[in-house]
Design a protein around this ligand. Structure first.
Ligand code: SOE
Length: 380
């Protein structure tokens, strides 16, 4: 029998992220020594048969079909929100009022105004909260943070990030419904800005500090698509592609680009940071490596190093295999759960909290406002 304290999870939603989170809950205590242990108490989805099938696969003890009932249940400690973006706000506010801890999928909200209400609700209720910006917890990205915080890069001049995909190029792809809600502005709020650039912005704020001002352009290449729910051809309201320039508070300049129309790229998230003394670069397709260039090296051996982030003294890696053996995408979620449980034991917040994730939302709103107006916009 486990001596750990239970953290009873109620998950709302069961899509791609529902699987990623459930996997993390199931594995975390095999690899991390923690005071708490997630217990998969209930999963909630409108379709009972699908919810039951999901519960069987992942080990949830019960199912609900009404999220309000799940939130009110006395045997749930933490609510995990893994549903389309337009539902985050009401669920999070109800969960906060019911005194539940909340783990919310990214982006926090449809926009800053909604996000602010969510922050106010969790802070008023005093409930623990976090947003699943999982890429922070890829060991190579955490190592980048460590190197920057140690001052190894020196003054930062440049930040550049891309998130490129190609899955919406076909004009026949409908919008809306399971798997395709990301193309429906009513469910997603925005397109690549909220879905993909939000990841890049979260990482950037974490690594390089606040963004002051932005100028952006967006495009919707396919203007109309059939809507899965109405069956009718409807205007497309999301940004298919977005590029923006920005200035950070530390004086560095940045360029960000994201699209779902970069044929050949499936999830190419890359960033590069150039400092006076050193540079770093990372690529999600090769996520266990961190590229590092240090100008202080002797000139005859100076060059880009490809650091294989698998040694036990690198972030999180003492928990996994032996040096040289790498981990992958799903482990970033395991790390987020581990940090959440660790924070619970030590009574410390787990980043990004709702308040921290609201900063990403503010940048996204400024980017979309700038794309509309054609002007530089200050981040509120
Ligand atoms: C979209 O295709 C998506 O699944 C995002 O929603 C995720 O947040 C990103 O990590 C991968 O791409």
């Amino acid at each position: 029998m486990s001596k750990r304290k239970p953290l009873r999870i109620g998950m709302i939603g069961y899509g791609f992220m529902g699987r990623a989170h459930s996997n993390a809950y199931n594995r975390v205590n095999n690899f991390f020594d923690l005071e708490y242990e997630p217990v998969l108490q209930a999963v909630c989805a409108r379709d009972e048969a699908k919810a039951k099938a999901f519960a069987d696969t992942w080990g949830y003890a019960s199912v609900e079909t009404d999220w309000r009932k799940l939130i009110e249940r006395k045997d749930i400690d933490a609510v995990d929100i893994c549903v389309p973006n337009n539902l985050h706000h009401d669920m999070a506010i109800a969960a906060a009022k019911a005194g539940k801890m909340i783990l919310c999928e990214k982006p926090l909200s449809m926009n800053t105004a909604e996000g602010q209400e969510m922050v106010d609700a969790v802070e008023k209720a005093g409930v623990r909260n976090t947003v699943w910006y999982n890429y922070r917890r890829v060991p190579a990205v955490s190592l980048a943070k460590q190197l920057i915080d140690e001052g190894r890069l020196g003054r930062i001049f440049h930040y550049r990030a891309n998130f490129l995909q190609d899955w919406t190029i076909s004009a026949d792809l409908p919008q809306g419904g399971a798997g395709l809600w990301r193309i429906d502005a009513k469910a997603a709020g925005s397109g690549v800005t909220g879905d993909l650039l939000a990841h890049c912005i979260d990482t950037a704020l974490w690594l390089n500090g606040p963004i002051k001002t932005v100028t952006a352009m967006t495009e919707t290449f396919i203007k109309e698509r059939k809507h899965t729910e109405s069956g009718k051809v409807e205007p497309v309201g999301i940004d298919d592609a977005c590029a923006f320039l920005c200035r950070f508070a530390n004086g560095s300049l940045a360029i960000f680009e994201s699209t779902r129309y970069a044929r050949g790229h499936k999830a190419l998230y890359t960033f590069e940071i150039n400092g006076a003394d050193a540079s770093i670069a990372w690529d999600l397709h090769d996520l266990h490596r961190l590229s590092y260039f240090d100008h202080r090296d002797d000139s005859i051996v100076r060059g880009w190093r490809s650091v294989h982030v698998t040694d036990g003294d690198m972030p999180y890696m003492d928990r996994w295999w032996v040096p040289g053996l790498q981990i992958g995408y799903e482990h970033s979620f395991v790390h987020q759960v581990a940090d959440f449980l660790d924070g619970l034991g030590k009574n410390k917040p787990t980043s990004p909290t709702f308040r921290e994730a609201l900063e990403t939302q503010k940048v996204c709103d400024a980017v979309l406002a700038s794309a509309k107006s054609g002007r530089w916009v200050d981040v509120g």
